[in-house]
Design a binder for this molecule. Structure first.
Ligand SMILES: Cc1ncc(COP(=O)(O)O)c(C=O)c1O
Length: 439
């Protein structure tokens, strides 16, 4: 099929997520390798977002492709009640690489199901019902996880599952908890503690956080926030669940983002980077006390494809490449390089308001005047942003733009030259946004 035919049939016979199909203009992608993807007509595009911040090791890594072929010659499927070698190996590996006392894993098909499982595990373990979450967050597209999600993708699915209590983040969109990190942490956690009191601490099973918030703004917690949050939750017997579906497995320059805290969650959820999206897989990792609880008590959860042997084999190969080829270290090494590129954009372009990145998890925030007014209010889109991302794409680089920002989340195997290639295209397109900055 040529590109036009692929697009026409996709739009005619399939629905696109979070969109009115008539408003989507999808790229016809037929091949991808390393940091590049290729359209049906052979146009090369630098994937500066790792698809959905998920192809951490880059596309079509030959070692993983070979492992997939070998896995297809072995046991492809066996039901979740059986014991398989990939399940034994991956669970042992995850227990070894996950810090602290998280040594036991439950497998799902993606991040949302991992979080659904975490809701259930937290409720069953604590005997409490409520879940505390933050507004600037995304935790998945299923019924329950959309209620955990703070961003507007939740609205169409409300009222949904009861028992979710939402609080403001240390870094809300407009409101400020203070001027210094110390002030922000103190004021935010004083406020969270007051909410806990109103709700009744004995009714709250867990708090879910994205350790570094992803689509809602690459929000790196202020120094001291994570350990102090942990302290607060422990005081009330509330579990800490770190959703590392996006931030985990190398994206931030450490294997787990909670290592930056440092903080030790009771439950961690993973997906995306677990197989680098080569096949669907998610996981919930639980601490020893929770695992012990479920040795004596039923874990009321299950899926036909729980612990799917083929997917677990792919995860083993993808993690072997991620860790064995030093990609986590590469993300850490390139953190200052990305910072430098962003700083150069900020110095040159009046549309750049501020920027930040941890590892290769980066964002540039945009303004519409020199006083720092965000390019677009919360949940709105300025038309110039779409023109800008289109121009970047026409230069051969794929980025995502949303509300008042665009992101830079390339595969963790990217080189300095390829990083420069991405920022060069961004630099050349930014005059489109500079032109709408009011004097
Ligand atoms: C932080 C976070 N949690 C959960 C999810 C949901 O994962 P999935 O789409 O694999 O269900 C996502 C997806 O983007 C995510 O970014």
């Amino acid at each position: 099929m040529d590109g036009r035919e692929i697009v026409e049939l996709c739009l005619k016979h399939s629905l696109y997520s979070w969109s009115a199909t008539g408003a989507v203009n999808p790229l016809p992608i037929t091949r991808a390798e390393g940091v590049y993807m290729y359209t049906a007509e052979g146009r090369r595009i630098l994937d500066f977002n790792s698809q959905l911040m998920s192809v951490n090791i880059g596309h079509s890594h030959p070692k993983v492709v070979a492992a997939m072929k070998a896995a297809a010659d072995g046991l492809i499927f066996s039901h979740p009640g059986t014991a398989t070698e990939p399940r034994a190996r991956l669970s042992k590996l995850l227990a070894e690489i996950t810090p602290g006392n998280i040594n036991t894993f439950f497998y799902t098909l993606g991040g949302a199901e991992a979080n659904e499982s975490a809701i259930r595990a937290a409720r069953l373990f604590t005997g409490r019902q409520k879940i505390l979450v933050r507004y600037r967050s995304y935790h998945g597209g299923t019924n329950a996880t959309l209620q955990l999600t703070g961003d507007p993708r939740r609205w169409a699915n409300e009222p949904g599952m009861p028992g979710v209590v939402r609080v403001m983040d240390p870094l809300p969109y407009n409101f400020s908890f203070g001027d210094t990190p110390e002030e922000i942490v103190r004021n935010n956690l004083t406020y969270v503690e007051e909410v806990i009191q109103y709700e009744g601490p004995h009714t709250i099973a867990a708090m879910f956080i994205e350790t570094v918030t992803g689509t809602n703004g690459i929000l790196v917690p202020p120094p001291g926030y994570l350990p102090k949050l942990r302290e607060l939750l422990t005081k009330y017997g509330i579990l800490l669940v770190c959703d590392e579906v996006m931030a985990g497995l190398g994206r931030t320059g450490k294997l787990f983002a909670f290592e930056h805290g440092p903080v030790q969650p009771d439950i961690v959820t993973l997906a995306k980077g677990l197989t680098s999206s080569y096949v669907p897989l998610g996981a919930m990792g639980v601490s020893d006390p929770i695992a012990e609880h479920f040795r004596k008590n039923v874990f009321w959860g299950g899926l036909t494809y729980n612990a799917h042997p083929f997917c677990l084999n792919v995860a083993l190969a993808a993690l072997d490449v991620l860790i064995g080829e030093g990609m986590v270290e590469n993300a850490a090494r390139l953190e200052p390089v990305m910072h430098h590129h962003m700083e150069a954009l900020a110095l040159k372009h009046p549309s750049v308001r501020r920027h930040r990145n941890v590892g290769l998890f980066g964002i540039v925030e945009l303004q519409r005047d020199r006083r720092g007014t965000p390019l677009a209010p919360y949940n709105t889109q300025h038309p110039a942003l779409a023109s800008f991302t289109k121009a970047v794409l026409e230069s051969g680089v794929y980025i995502i733009g949303r509300w008042d920002n665009f992101m830079a989340n390339p595969p963790l195997c990217i080189t300095e030259e390829q990083l420069a290639e991405g920022f060069d295209a961004i630099d050349r397109a930014l005059p489109i946004l500079d032109a709408v900055v009011e004097a």
